[in-house]
Design a binder for this molecule. Structure first.
Ligand SMILES: Cc1ncc(COP(=O)(O)O)c(C=O)c1O
Length: 501
């Protein structure tokens, strides 16, 4: 039914008022829009607020334009857009009407109630959030010496490939990574990590985290059990939780993951996550006898071992330890590597070394779930490794971290002399300081925050109580001066808490 003349007049006046208001108020969100955009906004607002009721007829475009003193095309443009968006309905021969539509019920008042909440899984993932090591200072764990990264050389390699890259590299990819990178990586892994592989078994990922995610999703189902080192790496814990796995903590002792300590009724694993070369965060190395036992156990349960070899390059006093994957033929192991520690975390490049049978499914699933990319960067990285810059950088970082660790030990020496226990080892990028109580841990973490020092509590690396109190002290990303300052502070605070000056 056509609207009455009076109603049409009212509509014109109401829209005219809105238009004038949006033009005159400098701070109106519509002030910088064109006339057509402002007309569109005025009409839409009137419809959404209910001022223009569903079913009511809009004045003819010619009339509306004349009454508002604007061009007819401006009116037609705004009306067409609202028709396309479903706010107006054009009825040929009759005119344009406000569409029948139901505004959503008003949101309940009050902050977080307004939006649907996070899922239970989402909430659990956030529970696993540990101290984020996004700071290039003492004592952020896991951050390499970003100040020592050879940026200019890296830039040159990137530029080289930017110019040369085939157009296909700008497209979607599904080959598992740049073949040149997989070849040099394969050489490196065979020689320095005793990994048994050929280049085709390597799948380039966006870091270890994505590797864990793929393994969890492709080799386990929701509710399956994963054995996890206790204490262990929070990034992997969150990833496995988000895949819906049931995490079963396995105690870590002076020789690493100790499956013999598990209760007899512990659910059998589908996956076993382990950092055998340098347990994260305790820093111990899994001895050969335990490695062989773990492999036998995985075979017995038909489980896969996820070997996270995140920082094995950084042994200062001895040669790197051979991988678990390479110990026996056809080991039930997925080897996970990352460039986050050797180069820099923002690079987001890592890799999986997969048993032959898993290569195709993983390649296809990765391309489907995550999409591949960064081929240009991968090609630059292949040259970085192939031309010897990688080996040189690793050697320099080994020396740098050896010195930084020594600086930390020196700074903490007064406390160590009075009983503070530090983890042993000539490897890695962090040390663990053991504390007597969780209260002491909390006090130190809080006091450090006030002094702008980042302390990661060891208790947060545990899935379950009881926990060992302590501090994970990353030193690799901090300068010697910063280590001396923060280390000196920590030694003094620890001594004060223990009644010694
Ligand atoms: C034990 C462990 N594994 C893997 C990684 C690397 O993860 P990504 O490659 O996702 O940066 C880290 C980094 O902190 C780590 O501590």
């Amino acid at each position: 039914m056509a609207a009455s003349q009076a109603h049409q007049l009212w509509i014109i006046e109401a829209i005219g008022l809105k238009l004038a208001a949006s033009a005159s108020h400098i701070d109106s969100p519509n002030a910088s829009l064109t006339l057509g955009q402002r007309l569109y906004a005025a009409l839409r607002e009137s419809i959404q607020s209910g001022a223009l009721a569903p079913g009511s007829q809009l004045p003819a475009s010619r009339r509306l334009a004349a009454a508002l003193g604007i061009g007819r095309n401006t009116v037609l443009g705004a009306v067409e857009r609202l028709v396309a968006e479903g706010f107006l309905r054009a009825q040929p021969g009759s005119g344009v009407f406000v569409a029948e539509w139901q505004p959503p019920p008003p949101a309940p008042r009050g902050g977080s109630d307004v939006l649907p909440p996070l899922s239970a899984r989402g909430t659990r993932i956030l529970d696993f959030e540990r101290t984020l090591s996004g700071r290039h200072s003492a004592f952020a764990p896991g951050v390499p010496a970003l100040d020592r990264f050879p940026r200019e050389r890296w830039q040159r390699l990137l530029r080289r490939h930017q110019q040369r890259a085939p157009t296909a590299w700008f497209d979607y990819q599904s080959q598992g990574g740049v073949s040149a990178l997989r070849e040099v990586l394969c050489d490196y892994l065979q020689l320095s990590r005793s990994v048994r592989c050929h280049p085709g078994q390597i799948l380039i990922t966006q870091g270890a985290q994505q590797g864990f995610e793929l393994v969890a999703r492709l080799l386990a189902d929701v509710g399956d059990t994963l054995w996890m080192e206790e204490p262990g790496y929070g990034g992997a814990q969150s990833c496995f939780v988000s895949a819906g796995l049931a995490l079963e903590p396995v105690p870590v002792d002076a020789e690493g993951m100790n499956v013999a300590a598990l209760a007899a009724d512990t659910p059998a694993p589908r996956l076993i996550y382990v950092t055998p070369s340098h347990q994260y965060p305790c820093g111990v190395t899994l001895p050969l006898s335990r490695r062989m036992a773990l492999l036998a156990l995985a075979r017995h349960h038909r489980a896969w071992i996820i070997e996270d070899d995140y920082d094995s390059e950084f042994r200062y006093a001895s040669a790197p330890i051979a991988s678990l994957q390479g110990l026996i033929e056809e080991a039930p192991v997925i080897y996970v590597g990352t460039f986050s520690k050797v180069l820099y975390p923002g690079l987001r490049l890592g890799y999986l070394v997969l048993p032959e049978a898993l290569v195709e499914p993983f390649r296809r699933a990765n391309a489907r779930l995550h999409r591949e990319g960064q081929y240009l960067v991968q090609a630059a990285l292949a040259d970085f490794i192939g031309e010897g810059h990688f080996a040189r950088h690793v050697a320099q970082m080994r020396e740098c971290y050896r010195q930084r660790q020594a600086a930390l030990r020196e700074a903490l020496a007064p406390a160590v002399a009075r009983g503070l226990v530090l983890s042993a080892g000539q490897a890695g990028m962090h040390l663990v300081a053991r504390l007597d109580t969780l209260d002491e841990e909390r006090t130190l973490v809080e006091q450090a925050a006030a002094a702008d020092i980042l302390l990661s509590p060891l208790s947060q690396y545990y899935l379950r109580a009881p926990v060992q109190a302590g501090l994970v002290l990353g030193y690799a990303g901090a300068t010697p001066a910063e280590i001396a300052r923060a280390g000196g502070w920590l030694a003094r605070r620890w001594l004060a808490l223990h009644g010694a000056d």
